[in-house]
Design a protein around this ligand. Structure first.
Ligand code: RP5
Length: 176
């Protein structure tokens, strides 16, 4: 399993959220690497990372950042690889600042943007891009979608069988 996805984040305080991307890529058996790289604190390191990523075999970059969130946009400016931006919820604007910074890229340099804290979807989107040229990944994504559908069907069956009160109580017990 080669490393095909680069997951970068502006701070280690983003790791809790970005670990959702790591987890789903592990579930899909896709190789990835992780790094903390800040567009404003370590701009030169970001330049080296973005310029060298494709040459090292990285095919897609997932970049998470909070606040003014320049990391995904600057990365996309430095490489031809697809870049997926994850707005991280933080500070007084609770991620809305990062969402707008990332989604409102001026024309010419695209960044695909997922929801605030949507790192799991970022991982899944990266997997779907890889699946265009990898049938094994495509099969694992199909199985993942089928399992998600089956889980919903099972919940619906249990809700009908238990009734809403018992189901809610059971949910309360599960969440601790
Ligand atoms: C951004 O500022 C990071 O992406 C992070 O979301 C936010 C806060 O960083 P720390 O002050 O926790 O390092 O650059």
């Amino acid at each position: 399993m080669g490393t095909t996805i680069g997951i970068i984040m502006g701070s280690d305080s983003d790791l809790q959220v970005m670990s959702d991307a790591c987890r789903v890529l592990e579930e899909l058996d896709i190789g990835f690497e992780t790094a903390v790289i800040s567009a404003h604190r370590t701009p030169h390191r970001l330049i080296s990372y973005a310029e060298q990523a494709a040459g090292r075999g990285i095919q897609i970059v997932i970049a998470g950042a909070g606040g003014a969130a320049q990391l995904p946009g600057v990365t996309a400016a430095l490489t031809d690889l697809p870049v997926i931006g994850v707005p991280i919820r933080s500070g007084s604007l609770e991620g809305f600042d990062a969402l707008l910074s990332i989604v409102q890229m001026p024309r010419g340099i695209p960044v695909a943007t997922v929801a605030i804290n949507g790192a799991r979807n970022a991982g899944l989107l990266a997997a779907r891009i890889l699946a265009l040229s990898d049938d094994a990944v495509r099969a694992r994504i199909a199985a993942y979608r089928e399992a998600a559908a089956a889980a919903v069907e099972e919940k619906s069956r249990r809700l009908q069988a238990a009734g809403y009160r018992d189901y809610l109580n059971e949910m309360g017990r599960r969440s601790g």
